[in-house]
Design a protein around this ligand. Sequence first.
Ligand code: ADP
Length: 211
Amino acid sequence: MTNRQEKIIQIVKDHGPITGESIAEKLNLTRATLRPDLAILTMSGILDARPRVGYFYSGKSTIQAIGESIKKKKVNEYKSVPILIRDSSKVYDAICTMFLEDVGTLFVVNQDNRLVGVVSRKDLLRSAIGKQSLEDIPVSVIMTRMPNLILTYPDESLHDAASKMIQYQIDALPVVRVNEDQSDINPYEIIGRITKTNITRAYVELGNEEI
Ligand code: ADP
């Protein structure tokens, strides 16, 4: 937080509710100069603003405000494109796809394009230890499958998705849309992926917000 933002918080604590105009006067600045600071402080939840009343201190600490800001981030805003392979593909093809697409996790789909499994680097390494030819083993044999898949949803918070990755010690989650049609045997349509990289990006963004 900048020195000026700290001063604004102090003024609002001491004199709130107070108009933007009055805060500006106390700091010998114009209202326009203060506008970005006031926007940051209200967006982060440290200050509240009411029309015709002015700014007042929300009582939230910076830490609480940061916590709220983290929990507002949704999976949908941060997801990336999922790299898919068919369940009938061979382990050899999965290895090539992983290198070509530069990812650590592949999502496996059936002929109806519905999610049926996940293949990670270690799954592929494990199958490479065996005696069977990698060109003969279908990925459906080595993948982690339903109902053991850990999923995330577009409107889930990024924080909850990150917690699942920690809890289950996995690097990636498929972002799925659940098809409401009851007759659908496999309702999971895959629309994205969340990996540790996405979480890291959100973390860096948060640091750049400087609040
Ligand atoms: P790595 O193999 O590179 O360590 P992970 O830690 O993500 O990658 O994978 C560990 C195990 O967890 C693998 O067997 C993988 O199939 C499985 N796995 C990975 N992602 C998921 C997921 N979203 N749901 C269930 N199992 C998963």
